[in-house]
Design a protein around this ligand. Structure first.
Ligand SMILES: Nc1ncnc2c1ncn2[C@@H]1O[C@H](COP(=O)(O)OP(=O)(O)OP(=O)(O)O)[C@@H](O)[C@H]1O
Ligand SMILES: [Mg+2]
Length: 285
């Protein structure tokens, strides 16, 4: 059986989130507000993520996952509601929150090393410290020996590793990942999942990981949050019962498959209920 699963009501405080690292409160967002073709994308998003918690958000294409993450990063100002970082309003992007996008965010004109040290240089970190940190993260993502290569000389998986090293080197407190491994083949994707978990085990950070891959969400996270179709709302959250560290074999275990099936069925039930007009987005099955 899966752990606690519950429908999420708009405006409801999330239990157990005593000192949230990151909070979204009452977020509504409309693109092109006031225009005839305005689109209501998010319709009341509330989320509290505890320090060092790993939360995955899954939902159908176009439901507003990326928009929620961009709002959390401070890159989009929501039409309503607020984002809080340790209780303080977020007014724009800052070093506390690092983001990894679906497409590579590597600079093609910089080498692997240049990309990883970019943020540290901008912070004015002295060279010896920079060199040490950059070498450490390049080695941890398995790119030692590739420091002087340019992105065009790397595979998609290697470019993604540069992205991961770049973000960790900047040492943000929270990581926001938007379908970051979505464009990789399944084997590379699984390796990146393991590498991300290894880095995170050693250096805990608060993570919000957006994906439409339920297996990935379940494998990585402490808590999986399910979004409705647009306008997006959080309609379910499931506490993942597996201990850590986790290895890929977990995915083959009957308990994992069972939970995966149960969450898939929760998603279908919730979405069907929403499509039938239930105000709560579905009842407990
Ligand atoms: N800058 C924008 N201007 C207008 N509409 C936008 C903008 N960005 C996103 N949208 C619309 O908002 C909705 C949600 O988009 P968003 O990218 O957040 O969805 P998503 O859940 O991340 O989808 P996917 O799984 O396909 O990445 C979509 O209908 C999209 O067309
Ligand atoms: Mg998206």
């Amino acid at each position: 059986m899966i752990g606690p699963s519950r429908p999420v009501a708009a405006g409801e405080p999330v239990p157990g989130a005593d000192t949230p690292e990151l909070e979204l409160r009452g977020i509504r967002h409309t693109f092109g507000e006031g225009a005839p073709d305005a689109v209501l994308v998010l319709d009341g998003i509330d989320l509290a993520v505890r320090e060092n918690e790993f939360v995955s958000i899954i939902g159908p294409s176009g439901c507003g996952k990326s928009t929620s993450l961009f709002i959390a990063a401070g890159l989009i100002k929501p039409s309503e509601g607020e984002v809080l970082d340790h209780g303080k309003p977020v007014t724009g992007p800052d070093r506390n929150r690092g983001m990894i996008f679906q497409t590579d965010a590597v600079f093609p004109w910089l080498t692997v090393k240049g990309n990883v040290e970019f943020g540290l240089k901008r912070q004015g970190m002295p060279r010896p410290d920079r060199e040490r940190i950059v070498a450490d993260y390049i080695s941890r993502v398995g790119l030692s020996g590739w420091e002087d290569r340019y992105p065009k000389e790397l595979s998609g998986g290697m470019r993604k590793r540069v992205d991961v090293a770049r973000v960790f080197a900047n040492n943000p407190r929270a990581l926001l990942l938007d379908e970051s491994f979505g464009q990789l083949d399944s084997q590379t994707k699984e390796r990146l999942q393991i590498e991300l978990l290894d880095l995170w085990e050693r250096e805990r950070k608060t993570v919000v990981f957006v994906t439409h891959d339920l297996e990935e969400a379940l494998f990585l996270a402490d808590r999986v949050i399910v979004m409705s179709p647009r306008p997006g709302r959080f309609i379910r959250e499931v506490t993942v019962p597996f201990g850590r560290p986790r290895g890929l074999l977990l995915k083959t275990e009957p308990a994992f498959q069972e939970i995966r099936r149960e969450i898939a069925s929760l998603i279908v039930t919730s979405i069907e209920a929403k499509l039938m007009g239930s105000p709560s987005g579905g009842q407990e099955p």
